[in-house]
Design a binder for this molecule. Structure first.
Ligand SMILES: [Zn+2]
Length: 313
């Protein structure tokens, strides 16, 4: 079988993402964007492009936008990888940068060392503490050789599925967008986009299935589907999110929770009490920092968001 080229979003997603990031950075850093953030975002966009994942991140942005515009909740849990790009383009309030101070008056940026700073050392105005110190998580590879995720898994409550499908249909104009259903055909588990000029009934009869309402859908093994050049976008309606009536309240709850979680310092003390030597306790804390679900190294920063999101599953 010939290798069929996957569908592409019609305009240039990487250029679009770059513009969006610049715009969001200006909104978040009202008195000037710190250089360290500019280079981090630039670096992430290079990695995203190198992994041919720009359309994946474009979809992430558009899905989050349509959810926010309609006051509905969507989560991709740990799939965001704690990138600055996903923070800027999504709805999460968790700035993933290492903890820092930012002055909204003069734009002064300062690394977080002490917790008690309240005034800007340059202009003397109140200074804001930001950053949750969330480690970058990539699907494959190590910290030295990261690989960007190829796709996100979206979870959402009632009312979003139709809107998400419309988003995909407008992004992939001229391509067939089809629902994907579970092997037992009992529920919808995502969307697929067929390659250019391909029609499900004619070109992929082996994947054709019908959902509970008799609508045509795709059903098959993920890797089989992808091998045929079809794009898969996992998107699952999760009843838990129906209880999230206002996304902003949900995030406030998460933030409160996050701020109560054990810090590096408290774990260190705990280990000493358990009889660890201080070297052992130090190594233990250090080993946890970059582990998914591990602790992060500050009093305000807290925990990898995989765990945070998983609390709501
Ligand atoms: Zn200042």
């Amino acid at each position: 079988m010939n290798i069929i080229e996957k569908a592409k979003i019609n305009d240039n997603s990487i250029v679009y993402l770059k513009k969006l990031c610049e715009q969001k950075l200006d909104e978040y850093y009202t008195a000037g964007v710190p250089g360290v953030v500019v280079s981090r975002v630039k670096d992430e966009l290079v990695k995203i492009k190198a992994a041919n994942s720009e359309d994946v991140y474009r979809i992430y942005y558009e899905f989050n936008k349509v959810a926010a515009d309609n006051g509905l909740f969507i989560s991709s849990r740990a799939d965001t990888g704690n990138l600055m790009v996903t923070f800027l383009l999504g709805n999460s309030p968790f700035d993933p940068m290492q903890p820092y101070y930012y002055c909204e008056e003069c734009g002064h940026y300062e690394d977080f060392v002490e917790i008690d700073i309240v005034k800007c050392s340059i202009c003397g105005k109140h200074i804001e503490m930001r950053g949750y110190g969330l480690p970058e998580i990539f699907e494959f590879g190590s910290n030295d050789n990261p690989r960007i995720r190829r796709r996100f898994e979206f979870h959402f409550g009632d009312g979003l599925r139709t809107l998400l499908k419309e988003v995909l249909q407008s992004l992939y104009l001229g391509y067939e967008v089809v629902d994907v259903i579970s092997p037992d055909k009992s529920r919808k588990v995502g969307f697929s986009v067929l390659p250019e000029g391909q029609i499900l009934l004619r070109d992929y009869p082996e994947l054709v299935a019908y959902d509970m309402d008799g609508n045509i859908a795709i059903c098959g093994d993920d890797s089989d589907i992808e091998e045929k050049g079809i794009i898969l976008i996992p998107a699952i309606e999760n009843f838990v999110y129906n209880t999230v009536k206002k996304p902003s309240n949900h995030y406030i709850q998460l933030k409160n929770y996050v701020n109560q979680i054990k810090t590096k310092e408290s774990i260190f003390e705990e280990k000493l009490k358990e009889g660890f030597s201080s070297d052992e306790a130090y190594d233990f804390v250090k080993s946890k920092i970059y582990e998914p679900g591990g602790f992060v190294p500050s009093k305000i920063g807290v925990l990898h968001n995989k765990w945070i999101w998983s609390l709501n599953r």
